[in-house]
Design a protein around this ligand. Structure first.
Ligand code: NAD
Ligand code: ZN
Length: 358
């Protein structure tokens, strides 16, 4: 049948659509939480909370905590506000935090739940495409430190992840595109067939999208369950993210440049990584050019001046894959076959930006 099934993750399940609400209703009934907190931002408060609440069957003691939306609020100040709110509202160790939102809410909320009174249960209910296929899965939680992405955080798994794809109906187009980047990445690092399917996608009808989301969760989950602490295989999920995160940080700190969404920055990072791959691993140039062409068809291009490139390279020193002062890249040997821990020279990185600009 066409129903999306539940997927077994590390020590929890990812439940889709109808399954999602029966799973949470069962869990709330059996766990008897002292209080249930729902973390939202302005948008998910308005667009997602009513649907979510209407699917909860029992009577429980709910408290809503709202944060401001946007990457710039994924920081220690917001975390402090939420810790204080939990404390003032008498959250105890038997309380539950439900993170209803995009990657900012699930990353921040997961971190808050993992640290509040040394850890309370949390459930992720992703409402953006990006958080459904990526951010809500795999147990990475955290916040940014200044512009440095995800510098502070812990790995800790949720009780469950609930994916209700109907939330995507109100998601702005550019946010859909942002999530698409991680799905394309999943194809590039694990599954050439899936990449092909994604690239031929000109119209996102609901049924196809649901299936693509399901497949993407399978890929992400397969990688993280095999290597939860990122010793090797999990690093491949950072394809496009070494330069992508630096680009994201660079645009985040700039006053005159328009901010890039995570996925937009990662799309650029993947073109750059495809170029580096072709120079270092013998990655076929036809595949390199195909990646560039496909990503350019989805995303606006940005022009990088030499001083932009210099500043971005300077930001690479904060990458979490760095070891002993080396900057480690994930590159491709072919589509579907990544290779990790490759260092490249700054000259080559400059050439990659020239390739991107051309
Ligand atoms: P986001 O949470 O900021 O959401 C994007 C925007 O969409 C926000 O303005 C939000 O209010 C709005 N929104 C959310 N759901 C909506 C809905 N259903 N309808 C209308 N508007 C809605 O950003 P994101 O792209 O979901 O996540 C990006 C974050 O995820 C980044 O901080 C990134 O570092 C993180 N991330 C984490 C992991 C991980 O493994 N933990 C993986 C990938 C990305
Ligand atoms: Zn990402």
């Amino acid at each position: 049948d066409n129903k999306l099934k539940s997927i077994a993750a590390q020590n929890y399940y990812v439940h889709f659509n109808e399954n999602a609400y029966s799973a949470i209703n069962n869990s709330l009934e059996t766990n008897r939480y002292s209080k249930i907190f729902i973390l939202v931002d302005e948008q998910t408060h308005e667009y997602c909370l009513p649907t979510f609440m209407s699917n909860i069957v029992g009577e429980y003691d709910f408290e809503i905590i709202e944060i401001e939306s946007g990457e710039i609020y994924k920081n220690i100040e917001t975390a402090t506000q939420v810790w204080l709110a939990l404390s003032e509202l008498n959250a105890d160790r038997k309380s539950l935090l439900i993170n209803l939102g995009g990657g900012v809410v699930t990353d921040l909320g997961g971190f808050i739940a993992s640290t509040y009174q040394r850890g309370i249960h949390f459930i992720n209910v992703p409402t953006t495409l990006l958080s459904m296929v990526d951010a809500s899965i795999g147990g990475k939680t955290g916040i940014d430190l200044g512009v440095i992405k995800n510098q502070i955080g812990v790995i800790n798994t949720p009780e469950m992840v609930l994916i209700d794809t109907s939330f995507l109906q109100t998601l702005p187009r550019e946010q859909m595109r942002s999530g698409l980047a991680e799905m394309l990445k999943h194809g590039l690092i694990q599954d050439e067939q899936y990449w092909k399917k994604m690239t031929h996608l000109n119209q996102l009808n609901e049924e196809i999208l649901d299936e693509l989301i399901y497949h993407s969760v399978i890929i992400k989950n397969k990688v993280v369950t095999q290597d939860p602490t990122e010793k090797n295989l999990r690093k491949t999920l950072n394809f496009g993210h070494t330069l992508g995160h630096a680009i994201e940080s660079y645009f985040l700190q700039s006053d005159e440049k328009k901010m890039l969404l995570h996925g937009e920055a990662i799309a650029i990072g993947m073109i750059l990584a495809a170029y580096l791959s072709s120079e270092v691993t013998g990655f076929p140039v036809e595949q390199r050019d195909e990646i560039k062409e496909v990503l350019h068809s989805f995303y606006d291009s940005v022009f990088f001046e030499p001083n932009d490139i210099e500043a971005i390279i300077a930001l690479l020193k904060y990458d979490k894959k760095n070891t002993h002062g080396n900057i480690n890249f994930v590159l491709l040997e072919t589509i579907g076959n990544p290779i990790i821990d490759i260092t490249v020279s700054n000259e080559l990185i400059y050439s990659a930006f020239e390739y991107y600009n051309s």
